[in-house]
Design a protein around this ligand. Structure first.
Ligand code: AP5
Length: 192
């Protein structure tokens, strides 16, 4: 199996690039943000719990997210590989992911990290907020809170994969096409 993590702060382009990457490399897209928003739109108990955290720009508790990922794996037993988008977001999630993949006799192949400056990120998210209907995009205070949480809780995840020599930074500013080419080049090197 070929398993990638697309890593990066809110608004760095993970969702945008994931759509193209899953098509090019035949991977199953696992976006915890999308899964949580689906639960919210179906008004499930998990969705109702998650919404209270997401609206404030906080992370949903690890056990909720890890349980959701585990059941997603059960539904995609035939997958040739996964593209993880927005997961793992804490070291506890990264450790849990390592264990879940070990049970499937596989592991993370590579972590591709999109690097974008904070002011560009705010601009992108406020702009998306005009049309996306995402409550966490319309308020600049909530957006800044998401960056704060990212810097405190998610950046240590990078260390976890640097230690395993799986971490590859990618410049995330420029055109969507250029960034896609840079990511594809990094993946193709791994596949060779
Ligand atoms: P999630 O849905 O994962 O959101 P996020 O990480 O905040 O990321 P975004 O979707 O906002 O950005 P992105 O990097 O995907 O960028 P995109 O391609 O959309 O999480 C939302 C919330 O759910 C979290 O805050 C948390 O509460 C909860 N959650 C999710 N996963 C969790 C987990 N594992 N643990 C705990 N809680 C979790 O692009 C953004 C915008 O920029 C778009 O409008 C796009 O068109 C534009 N854009 C993209 N690329 C470019 C470019 N090159 N140039 C200009 N504009 C661009």
């Amino acid at each position: 199996m070929f398993n990638l993590i697309l890593f990066g702060p809110p608004g760095s382009g993970k969702g945008t690039q994931s759509e193209r990457l899953v098509e090019k490399y035949g991977l199953v897209h696992l976006s915890t943000g999308n899964l949580l928003r689906e639960e919210i739109s179906q008004k499930t108990p998990l969705g109702l719990e998650a919404k209270s955290f997401m609206d404030k720009g906080q992370l949903v508790p690890d056990e909720v997210v890890i349980g959701m990922v585990d059941s997603y794996f059960d539904k995609h037993k035939e997958a040739k590989g996964f593209l993880f988008d927005g997961f793992p977001r804490t070291v506890a999630q990264a450790v849990a992911l390592d264990k879940l993949l070990e049970l499937k006799k596989t592991e993370i192949t590579s972590v591709l990290a999109l690097e974008v400056g904070e002011e560009e990120l705010v601009k992108r998210l406020l702009n998306r907020g005009k049309t996306s209907g995402r409550s966490d995009d319309t308020n600049e205070e909530v957006i800044r809170k998401r960056f704060f949480v990212y810097s405190n809780e998610t950046t240590p995840v990078a260390e976890h994969y640097k230690k395993a020599r799986k971490f590859h930074p990618i410049k995330g500013e420029g055109t969507v096409d250029d960034i896609f080419s840079a990511i594809s080049d990094a993946i193709n090197k791994k596949l060779r």
